[in-house]
Write a protein that binds this ligand. Structure first.
Ligand SMILES: NC(=O)c1ccc[n+]([C@@H]2O[C@H](COP(=O)([O-])OP(=O)(O)OC[C@H]3O[C@@H](n4cnc5c(N)ncnc54)[C@H](OP(=O)(O)O)[C@@H]3O)[C@@H](O)[C@H]2O)c1
Length: 296
């Protein structure tokens, strides 16, 4: 049985402990600051892991260590952990999306292989989270042998590993934030517009959800250019002008700016669809003019 230690037993650490124990890994240690959650998590794990603080651990004997603390605690935990690496040299991973394996350098200097394993999934709670890994994508990077081990762990969890170069880790994270958090913010802009039509916020969200879902479903089988529908896909100058006038009257400058910025991007997708080039140029010119007024 491969032995693992998990440092930081929150949403991700707890979920990994439960999921990996279910896949035949031995969770040797749960390293905590506050042991209440860890005791709850340990009830799902056989054999029961040791629960201790990092100061109480004298030596790491597990083959694999996951640092699943908050991002801002990883460096500190790695530095402390370096003092506990003695005879055996575990492979050490963290699970942050925005930080690369470079933050684990003190452990590399102690002879450990290091890497990061970032599950591209939202985990709001450990027990539920343990079931979310299957069929999720995981971004793995780091030392070549650590990446190989990371891929095997992800596959054991039923996930799909992919690798990027370490230098691209922060750009990768910006992409994830754009697809996830920014999507929510964008929907909030659409809700703002719909509330100006008389719907309350909740009804506006409910009303938009089937439209959003159908768009996401189209993206499952089409490229972004193919999936674009609406005014920009039709290169419909007149409707675009009416949108601008209505937005001017009704919504915040921020919402209008977002409409314009994404409108410009949509014209490029429409070009790829083969929409009327002349009309698209006209829309692009009007967007540039309107953006100048916003200085965006
Ligand atoms: N949640 C997600 O959806 C998600 C998804 C992908 C990746 N991630 C990444 O996974 C990592 C963990 O995120 P999370 O959401 O699981 O955070 P979390 O729920 O806040 O859990 C972090 C845990 O680490 C503990 N901790 C902090 N410093 C410690 C130390 N020195 N020794 C022992 N325990 C320590 C914290 O204890 P306290 O309670 O005392 O602070 C907390 O229990 C982050 O790098 C995050 O970016 C999160």
């Amino acid at each position: 049985m491969v032995k693992i230690t998990i440092i930081g037993v929150g949403r991700v650490g707890g979920a990994l402990a439960i999921a990996l124990s279910g896949k035949g890994f031995e969770v040797e240690n749960l390293v905590v600051r506050n042991d209440i959650t860890a005791y709850k998590i340990s009830e799902f794990i056989e054999p029961r892991p040791k629960i201790s603080t990092l100061d109480e651990v004298s030596e790491i004997t597990s083959e694999i260590v996951f640092i699943t603390t908050q991002d801002f605690e990883i460096e500190n935990a790695a530095r402390k952990l370096a003092g506990k690496i003695k005879n055996s040299k575990p492979i050490i991973f963290h699970t942050s999306g925005s930080l690369s394996s470079e933050i684990l350098r003190p452990l590399q200097e102690n002879g450990c292989l290091t890497g990061s394993i970032h599950p591209l999934v939202s985990l709001s709670e450990a027990v539920l989270g343990a079931r979310r890994f299957a069929s999720s994508y995981f971004c793995v990077e780091g030392d070549a042998s650590a990446v190989e081990t990371a891929r095997k762990i992800v596959e054991e969890l039923g996930g799909k590993p992919f690798t990027i170069e370490t230098k691209h880790k922060i750009l990768y994270h910006a992409s994830a934030v754009t697809a996830c958090g920014h999507l929510v913010a964008l929907i909030d802009v659409a809700i703002e517009m719909l509330t100006k039509c008389g719907l309350d916020e909740n009804s506006a969200k409910e009303t938009l959800l089937p439209l959003i879902k159908s768009t996401v479903e189209n993206l499952e089988v089409q490229t972004t250019a193919e999936a674009l529908t609406g005014t920009f896909a039709r290169a419909d100058v007149k409707t675009f002008e009416k949108h601008l006038a209505a937005l001017d009257e009704s919504v915040s400058d921020e919402a209008k700016e977002i409409y314009l910025q994404l409108g410009a991007r949509s014209t490029h997708l429409a070009e790829r669809q083969g929409a009327n080039a002349e009309n698209l140029k006209e829309i692009q010119a009007k967007i540039s003019l309107a953006k100048k007024n916003f200085k965006c």
